[in-house]
Each structure stands twice: as structure tokens, then as C-alpha cells.
Design a protein around this ligand. Sequence first.
Ligand code: MLT
Ligand code: MN
Ligand code: ZN
Length: 298
Amino acid sequence: MTLRARILGAAAGGGLPQWNCGCTNCRLARAGEIPSQTQSSLAVTANGTDWTILNASPDIRQQLAQTPPLHPTGLRSLPLASVILTNGDIDHVAGLLTLREVQPFALYATQGIHDVLAQNPVFDALRGEVVPRRVIELGTPFEPAPGLTATLFPVPGKVPLYMEGETVETELMGEQTVGVELVCRSTKAFYIPGCARLTDDLRARIDGADAVFFDGTLWRNDEMIREGLGQKTGARMGHMSMSGPDGSIAAFEGLDIARKIFVHMNNTNPVLRPASDEKAEAEAAGWTIGQDGMELEL
Ligand code: MLT
Ligand code: MN
Ligand code: ZN
């Protein structure tokens, strides 16, 4: 058994191109000059047969169509064992609605994330007797697929955008935003698609990993503002940026991690342009820019 991980979607919410966006990257992607990317999701397997999908993106129908190992193997048999959710954001849960055709799989999340689903009755389309909702305690290992052990742990983040109140705590630690540790035999990988800050605890946790898939939403904290696309910084969105002294590239320095892969890139992020200086800079620091369909054997 080896851990296989396949990026189903490398982009953040909205994807590349985003339907209503005319930024440089979205125009280039529409013109076919840079690769398009679908929304945030990763598929993993330990035995090569039974898969777990980490986050169900609104693009899951297209992602599954493009992923032969996840195609049906019989009339109604699918190599999908389970889905794990890392938060209640639309880009991570809306795809559950596509998975509604009385198809059994287990749905794993913290109580806090299950509560968000429970508040939205449209998700009752996934009937509990077909898709059991399994509540996972932070720090308690579980087996989402044969040979695979997963553990959820809190990372700084915020409640989903559609649940924000008057004041928003962007570095909340709890059940709302989690990372996933994945272990198969002696291989250990982490999936952390949203993270507001790399705390000392988090650094210690991921040190020595074989792979870390990490929040690559923005290159610069003020990227969306500079592009004229709104007033929000990355920090306000609950995402640390790649560059700068407070960025993830700097924060990972000194850690012993064999593969560092950015995922969940916003469509404004210059690293999505294959020939950009920013992509070269990230790669020089040992990072891989995730792409749809990219597969790792760990
Ligand atoms: C995020 O990652 O910040 C969210 O997915 C934003 C959104 O809901 O569009
Ligand atoms: Mn997102
Ligand atoms: Zn755009």
C-alpha cells in the first residue's frame, strides 16, 4: 500500500476562470493561454481502489468525469468510500449536492461542520441512511478508506462567508476550519486548503511530513484590491498569502517536508501563469504549484 493523492481541483472558490471575472488570469484562461483550474478538492487512496475525496467542490461532476480511477466499476458501484470536509465553505460543500443519486459513501466532518450542513436542508438530499454523517472529534484518528488513517486538527480560520455576522474572527481555532493528517503505513501527508496563520503548533505538527498540500489562495495579501476586484485582503478572508515576511513560503522555511504543494489558488494568483516570476520564486523555494489532475505517489 502506498498513499496516492490526486488533485481534483487546484483553484479556490470561483475556479479559473471565474464566471464573472475579467482579471488577467481569467481572461488568459478563457483564451486558452493558461490552463483552467477547477475548484478545491483532493482525492486520496491507500490501496489504489478505494478513494476518499477531501472537500466536495461545485466542479465535482467535471472532476470525476476527468478522473478514470473514480469512475463507476459496475452499474452502481463506485470506488468512492468517503468524503471528508475541512470547512463549510461553498467551494468545499456544494459538490455534495451532485453526489445525491442514492450512492452510498460516508461523510466525515467535525460536529461544527455537520451543524452547518444541518442548517441547510437542501443537503437532506443526501439521505442519512445512504450517506451516513460521521462526527469526528478533533485529534481522534479514523479510517475513511481501507488502509488510510485520517485525523482532523484545528487551523486558524473563520466561519463560512455566508454565515459571517457583524464582526468576524478570522483566526478562530476550533471545529469550523480543520486540516487533515493522512497516514498510510509510514507515509504521512497533510491537506490544509485554508489557513489564516501557521502557528508554532502547526509547524511542529507538519514538520517531517512526506507531503503538505497547503492554502495557496493569494500571492499577496492585497492582491484582490490591487487588481480592482474588491476591498478584501487575504487575511480578512482567513487565508495567509504565499509571499512576504508573514507569508507561507517564509513560514515553511526550516521545516523538513519532502513535497510542498500549493492548492486552493484564487484566480488572481500570478502563480497560475506558468511563465510568471512568482511561480518561479515559489518553485525556487521548493514548492510545487498544484494543478488539476496532478498525481503524487507518496
Ligand atoms: C474561501 O476560501 O475564502 C471561501 O471559499 C470563499 C468563498 O466562499 O467564496
Ligand atoms: Mn475556498
Ligand atoms: Zn479572475
